[in-house]
Design a protein around this ligand. Structure first.
Ligand code: SF4
Length: 404
């Protein structure tokens, strides 16, 4: 399996992306950027959910004017210093030149080389954006996307391919175009005067296999830090599963320095879902432990009732509710592992592997639930007060083990 070596490290305000630094979770708002309050509040929400960087679209003059106000609002109301990235398409060169306060307030600029104009205008507009990055000492992400690939570059590569004795299929050429667009744009930025350690690349595509393929190739051809994510992953389970598959395979090879999970939220769903999924991906791969691990069996015909599902829900909610205060009071509490199991088959075994585990009685078992702490049987619970007593055991364990 390919294993990517150390990459360059890029400083984005107070955070490093790449090098040997931890993988950074980022997300993007879906509010109208010109609405300062809504956008700032969503950024705060995403930050609290675990996003270290938040990107906002800067699509027009009103959005550009709002950026310094958003940064100020977040600092003044919550004292949060989260890097905010501006996402530019079509008119970024104009906005970055005209609105210097916006250009200064942003921590990074995302430039899409497919959306900066055609032919001569392409190079001029691109240069204008890189000039702004140099002037204000900002890093950039050259973010290529197959939905907006540089058409001139794609046509040239398709033509060259046609003339070959053994032409490749069009999907192969498209992926080469994504890589070529990212690498040649990075080279152009360096020629303009941007330092190589100010550049992050991405080449996003919405098919899992293609994404893995394109990033494996890109990673083998450069040492820039890579922003990875399955673009337009979709809604619900499909989006979560596809994003997780693609990102896990890349991250296991050391590919990916910052991740974004691009989920389509349901109309009533919080935008923070994408951050939650990103956290689970990193935690599942043991790359970044941000929250306690609650292990629960799926249940089967041996499960007597929905009690173990209810207990799992109550414990999860209890830990989530206390997460912020416990993280401050009890350093290392994120490492906690709790197991909630439905019967004797795997119950005691899994419980012993956890810090705290409970094995609930399955069908035809005695109505008793042994509790294990650090692998040892410490108590057997039963009766109506079981949930409360189990929560008290968790409380006691956390306040004793993770005390400062
Ligand atoms: S632990 Fe017991 S109840 Fe849970 S899935 Fe396994 S056999 Fe079924």
């Amino acid at each position: 399996m390919f294993e990517r070596k150390k990459t360059l490290a890029v400083k984005v305000a107070n955070i490093y992306i790449g090098g040997l630094n931890p993988i950074v979770i980022q997300s993007m708002t879906n509010t109208d950027t010109s609405d300062v309050k809504s956008t700032a509040n969503q950024i705060i929400e995403l930050y609290k959910a675990g996003s270290s960087i938040v990107r906002v679209t800067v699509n027009n003059e009103a959005a550009a004017i709002s950026i310094p106000k958003i940064v100020e609002y977040i600092r003044n109301t919550e004292n949060i210093d989260i890097p905010i990235v501006g996402d530019f398409h079509y008119n970024g060169h104009i906005l970055l030149t005209k609105y210097s306060d916006m250009a200064k307030a942003l921590a990074k600029y995302r430039i899409n080389p497919g959306n900066v104009g055609r032919l001569d205008r392409h190079d001029e507009n691109f240069k204008q954006m890189i000039d702004a990055a140099i002037k204000y000492d900002k890093p950039v992400r050259i973010g290529v996307n197959w939905g907006s690939i540089d058409q001139d570059l794609l046509l040239r590569l398709m033509d060259e391919n046609k003339r070959k004795t053994k032409p490749q299929d069009s999907n192969f050429v498209l992926k080469e175009a994504l890589i070529e667009s990212a690498l040649s744009s990075a080279l152009m930025a360096i020629k303009i005067g941007l330092e190589p350690n100010k550049i992050i690349l991405s080449t996003k595509i919405s098919k899992v296999n293609d994404l893995i393929d394109v990033y494996e190739k890109l990673a083998s051809r450069c040492d820039y830090p890579l922003h990875i994510g399955l673009t337009e992953a979709g809604m619900g389970t499909k989006g979560i599963v596809n994003s997780s598959m693609a990102l896990a395979i890349l991250l296991k090879q050391g590919i990916g320095d910052t991740i974004r999970v691009s989920l389509t939220p349901k109309p009533d769903e919080s935008r923070t879902k994408e951050v939650e999924v990103a956290r689970h991906i990193l935690q599942g791969l043991n790359l970044k432990v941000t929250q306690p691990d609650i292990v629960a069996c799926p249940g089967c015909g041996r499960t007597t009732s929905t009690y173990f599902q209810e207990l799992t829900q109550v414990v999860t909610k209890y830990i989530n509710t206390n997460q912020t205060s416990w993280s401050k009071k009890y350093p290392g509490f994120e490492e906690l592992k709790v197991a909630i199991m439905g019967c004797i088959v795997n119950g005691p075994g899994e419980s012993k592997h956890a810090d705290i585990g409970i094995s609930l009685p399955g069908t035809f078992e005695e109505p008793k639930a042994p509790v294990y702490v650090d692998g040892k049987h410490v108590k057997t619970l039963s009766g109506d007060n079981l949930t409360q007593e189990f929560l008290e055991i968790i409380d006691k364990y956390v306040s004793t083990k993770y005390q400062k």
